[in-house]
Design a protein around this ligand. Structure first.
Ligand code: NAP
Length: 278
């Protein structure tokens, strides 16, 4: 059997996913390849249909297709439904399509054990698609207090409310604050996660979602700073935190782990074997 896999997005040119999946092919000993196809939103359904006809096993979806993929699929995992987005489509033999989301578990498992366990208060910066996946992971970790810091736009406010409604539970209480006035809220945080694109290569690279002055107000010396961005490897947000003596992490491990779970779903390869290869 040959496993043909692909990433569909707009843009996809600089994706690191082909290199990551090449390692999984070598580790598993399976035959196949992982290609990137630049796909405009109006071409998504047709591209998926063509790839099914060419016997592809499935695709990853990235910006801007993660929500649209859920509409195209015939069925979806509980996690993908709750998050409202999918990053992985499985093409079944009967031509039906299943949508999965592996971003949330990629994030969860990328957190060091000593950050996962004792965290009591987590801050999520932003409320877009990836913030929903992070909200699910923090909820599964039963972190008691989770605050979404967002801007005043109606999209951000609506999205943040939707996250609260979807993910608040007895063990995890969610609330909303303003990203423009973060000081009081972040002072005693254990974990601060940037899910905004601020600081990403090519746009706003010199910017941080939290102003420099904020970092002085953080009183917990063990506060952990996580940026979902992996290009550049150290964002301004991470740099500002590191220069104040805090530990930081970028999004590369999450990228590798979400890819490992997708590869395992497509091919049935043991996830532990794939995890050991990254
Ligand atoms: P998204 O759905 O567009 O969400 C972005 C969020 O950031 C929205 O809440 C947006 O608010 C907010 N935002 C944008 N500009 C802002 C600003 N100047 N000030 C305050 N808030 C701002 O994007 P996404 O899909 O969640 O992706 C976000 C980032 O995560 C990207 O850098 C992406 O590369 C990264 N990511 C990494 C991984 C990984 O595996 N490491 C996986 C997924 C995503 P509005 O709604 O008001 O615009």
């Amino acid at each position: 059997m040959i496993y043909n896999l692909a990433l569909l997005g707009d843009p996809v040119e600089h994706s690191l996913s082909p290199q990551i999946h090449q390692i999984f092919f070598e580790t598993s000993g399976l035959k196949g390849g992982y290609l990137c196809f630049h796909t405009a939103p109006n071409n998504l359904p047709q591209t998926i249909k063509h790839l099914q006809e060419l016997n592809f096993s499935g695709v990853n979806l990235t910006i801007p297709h993660k929500q649209a993929g859920l509409q195209i699929a015939n069925e979806a995992s509980e996690e993908a439904k709750l998050i409202g987005a999918c990053n992985t489509l499985l093409f079944n033999k009967d031509r039906s399509i299943k949508a999965e989301n592996t971003d949330w578990i990629g994030f969860l498992q990328s957190l060091p054990d000593n950050v996962r366990q004792p965290s009591k208060k987590a801050i999520i910066l932003g409320a877009g698609g990836s913030a929903r996946a992070i909200a699910m992971a923090l909820n599964k970790l039963q972190i008691p207090e989770i605050i979404l810091l967002v801007r005043e736009t109606s999209t951000s406010q609506t999205n943040a409310q939707s996250i609260i409604q979807t993910f608040s539970s007895q063990s995890s209480k969610f609330s909303i604050g303003s990203i423009e006035a973060p000081n009081e809220v972040i002072a005693n945080a254990d974990l601060i996660i940037n899910t905004t694109p601020i600081g990403m290569h090519g746009s706003d690279e010199e910017q941080s979602p939290l102003p420099e002055a904020c970092f002085k107000n953080i009183q917990n010396p063990n506060c952990y700073f996580y940026d979902l961005i992996y290009n550049p490897a150290e964002t301004q947000f991470m740099w500002l935190a590191r220069h104040r003596g805090f530990l930081t992490q970028n999004g590369y491990k999450m990228l590798q782990l979400q890819a490992a779970y997708a590869f395992s779903l497509w091919t049935g390869t043991d996830i532990e074997l794939l995890k050991r290869s990254i």
